[in-house]
Each structure stands twice: as structure tokens, then as C-alpha cells.
Design a protein around this ligand. Structure first.
Ligand SMILES: [Zn+2]
Length: 141
């Protein structure tokens, strides 16, 4: 398999075993490990071993492998932590909170009334703006 790494990338170093991590699962294309800055118990990260900066950069075949690992880790983390649910969070670029510029998915176990805040819908949209966004986005598909 062709591998691509970025010499300055922390997650590439983890993928290569040059920096240790609490590995949960590893296969040809993906690596899953515990986040050392957890938002909840059992919070883990799932990433491709190859270096891709964002979701827009990874080839479809490898993305499929990564999302399958996300599904598997999510199921295991739910059982292991006896969680009531879990979030999958994936940040692209700094404006969205991406810190390490190597594509990764957060898998975060959630518990009833855990009080953890995920930034989602705070107001109801106006009909006009929905129409405009719809037109703009569809125009770029
Ligand atoms: Zn990398």
C-alpha cells in the first residue's frame, strides 16, 4: 500500500509508532486511540494512517475504512463505558476547531444528563435564508 506521511504531523508520528498512543484498534488503513484530552470517559480518535488534512482530501476508499472503524469503536465504547449514546465529531480547518491538521473523527460516549454541550442549532432559521442556502449549496454539488 502507498503510504503518505507529513514529517511535521503529530498524528503521522503516532501512525508510524514514533510517538506512543493508547491504541484501541489498528488495521492497514486506520488507527484508533484514546484522546489524552477527553471530553468524556472513553473519548477516542479514529483516523486514516495516511496524512490527509481534512475530510475533503481523503479518497473515498480510505474514508470508507475510517468510517467503518468509527462505527466499530463507537459500538465498543458504548458497551465499555455503559454510555447511553455517543457523538461523532469531525472538525475541518481552524475555524471549525481543528487543531491537528490530520483528518480524525472524535468518538465521544454520552451519558444521560452529562451536561456536555455540543454546539448545535440555537435559533430557528428564517424561510428566506433556508431558501438561499439551499440554492447556494445545491449549486456546488
Ligand atoms: Zn499526518
Amino acid at each position: 500500500m502507498h503510504t503518505s506521511r507529513n514529517d511535521d504531523c503529530l498524528f503521522c508520528k503516532i501512525a508510524d509508532g514514533k510517538i506512543p498512543a493508547r491504541k484501541l484498534h489498528e488495521d492497514e488503513y486506520t488507527l484508533s486511540f484514546l484522546d489524552i484530552y477527553p471530553s468524556a470517559k472513553g473519548h477516542s480518535l479514529v483516523m486514516p494512517k495516511n496524512h490527509y488534512a481534512t475530510l475533503l482530501d481523503i479518497p473515498e476508499m480510505e474514508l470508507k475504512e475510517v468510517i467503518r472503524a468509527v462505527q466499530r469503536i463507537g459500538a465498543a465504547a458504548m458497551k465499555a463505558t455503559k454510555a447511553d449514546g455517543f457523538n461523532v465529531v469531525q472538525n475541518n480547518r481552524e475555524a471549525a476547531g481543528q487543531v491537528i491538521h490530520h483528518l480524525h473523527f472524535h468518538v465521544i460516549p454520552r451519558f444521560k444528563d452529562d451536561g456536555l454541550k455540543m454546539a448545535m442549532g440555537s435559533r430557528k432559521a428564517e424561510e428566506e435564508e433556508l431558501k438561499e442556502w439551499e440554492k447556494q449549496i445545491i449549486g456546488h454539488l
